[in-house]
Design a protein around this ligand. Structure first.
Ligand SMILES: C[S@@+](CC[C@H](N)C(=O)[O-])C[C@H]1O[C@@H](n2cnc3c(N)ncnc32)[C@H](O)[C@@H]1O
Length: 451
């Protein structure tokens, strides 16, 4: 019987999320930071009913897919859990993950193609949200340790670019020099909870998430950023909630630009700090191109883009031949979406601010009898089960589902399998070095032969 602190010789048989899984003495053992096929001396850290978790003491047989991680914090920081794998192995891991989750949760035996690589396996993130902890005069900004709320101070994160390193160092220096107090999660005291930076098309938006109203004078932060960035804006977001949600409801502009302005995928856009925007520009472009390819809109009378964000994808799909509805719950994103429709003169597009679960049935009722096509791109929790009946009733010819969590994707497509079959699956590596994977699925109505 395994006990905590035992040392065992462990062989990693397969992957289970970011960990490897093996069996020792009839106990299923999970060990991170290994590669399937490797053998290691492992210390047991936790034993539960029939399962145990361990950590590597020494790799005995190393896989050819093992590499030296580029960041010294790997293993400690909860970010890059796959950084010990060669990039080709990371892609194999993600292909496998989608295939096995679709099978285990969705009961779907689907041949999943290789995961499409990111053009940049490192330095790809256009947004970082970092907790701010420590003490007055010794502020720490970084990532949380895996399964903990201890911050690993990270001067340079391998996932952000040079912009992030510059921002973090200026921000820490500002807090320390002016005695700004970081947040304390136990006492709920202190001022700064998080630092968020977004850098798109050479423009930076910085948001300091603060624990209530503050008289902090931001001018020297603004001054130091102005010597490093041509176009930037500083914002304060107020969050007094005693929970893990990063942003509160109120964001105030402090200085500089109020939004990022640019043109991507042939669409002019404005992006405010609170709105969702895909974090990996290169993969976003590939993903949107894939969605456009998968949608045959030739017979469509109504297109509905659910969970549409600021609407970059929606604007590339909208067309004078049919009505397009975009549904998004976040008011700041809908504001960006309405600006976008105006900037681009997008035809027949209605931007609806609200919950897809309540707004989609209204759109379906108002367009009864028309041929419909849908795109859904929900957050990790997937679709609200109430939407299954809405889709059955609306019976769009095809639904293109963009998912950032294969588990909820599998649950949703299994729930809709009486009406829809999976016609196409393609994983994308939106988040290299992490165990997260983005997947595009085309669901075709069983009455239809071609979407
Ligand atoms: C994964 S993002 C997708 C955004 C967009 N498709 C894109 O590519 O930029 C999910 C979006 O859904 C929005 N959202 C979350 N829950 C929602 C709901 N119940 N109803 C409508 N929108 C929601 C979020 O604010 C976010 O903008």
């Amino acid at each position: 019987m395994l006990k905590v602190n035992d040392t065992i010789t462990y062989t990693a048989r397969d992957y289970a999320n970011a960990e490897t899984v093996g069996v020792y003495d009839d106990t299923t053992v999970f060990v991170p930071q290994m590669i399937a096929g490797e053998c290691a001396r492992v210390r047991i850290d936790y034993v539960g009913r029939g399962v145990a978790y361990g950590s590597v003491k020494e790799i005995l047989t190393s896989s050819p897919a093992r590499v030296q991680p580029v960041c010294e914090h790997v293993g400690k920081c909860g970010g890059c859990v796959l950084a010990h794998m060669r990039y080709s192995e990371q892609l194999r891991f993600k292909q496998n993950k989608v295939r096995s989750v679709l099978r285990k949760i969705g009961g779907l035996d689907i041949d999943v193609p290789p995961c499409m690589p990111s053009p940049l396996p490192l330095g790809y993130r256009n947004k970082l949200s970092l907790p701010v902890r420590g003490r007055r005069g010794n502020v720490q900004v970084g990532m949380f340790e895996r399964n903990s709320h201890r911050v690993v101070p990270t001067a340079r994160c391998a996932l952000g670019g040079d912009w992030a390193e510059t921002l973090v160092s200026d921000f820490v220096e500002f807090c320390n020099r002016y005695g700004v107090e970081p947040y304390n999660e136990r006492t709920f005291k202190g001022v700064i909870r998080h630092l968020t930076g977004r850098y798109v098309d050479g423009q930076l938006l910085v948001t300091a998430v603060v624990n209530g109203e503050t008289d902090t004078d931001w001018s020297s932060l603004v001054q130091s950023l102005s010597s490093r960035f041509d176009r930037f804006g500083v914002f304060v977001n107020i969050n007094t909630a005693h929970n893990n949600v990063i942003l509160g409801k109120v964001t105030r502009h402090v200085s500089g630009i109020e939004y990022i302005e640019g043109e991507q995928c042939g669409v002019k856009f404005r992006l405010r700090p609170d709105s969702f925007f895909q974090v990996n520009d290169g993969v976003k472009d590939m993903l949107y191109a894939c969605v456009r390819e998968q949608l045959d809109l030739s017979e469509t009378e109504v297109l509905v883009d659910c969970f549409s964000g600021i609407g970059l994808l929606t604007n590339t799909l909208a067309c004078p031949r049919f009505d397009t509805y975009a549904i998004e719950i976040e008011p700041s994103a809908v504001r960006d979406a309405r600006d976008m429709a105006e900037l681009n003169g997008t035809p027949r597009l209605v931007n609806v601010c609200g919950d897809v679960t309540t707004e989609l049935p209204k759109i379906v009722a108002a367009n009864s009898g028309k041929r419909m096509t849908a795109v859904v791109d929900p957050p990790r929790k997937g679709l609200n089960p109430a939407l299954y009946d809405t889709f059955r009733q609306a019976a769009p010819d095809c639904i293109v589902y963009i998912s950032c969590d294969p588990a909820t994707l599998a649950r949703d497509i299994a729930a809709l399998s009486d009406a829809y079959e999976v016609a196409y699956v393609q994983p994308y590596d939106m988040f290299p070095q992490t165990d997260q994977v983005e997947t595009v699925v085309r669901l075709t109505h069983r009455k239809e032969e071609i979407c």
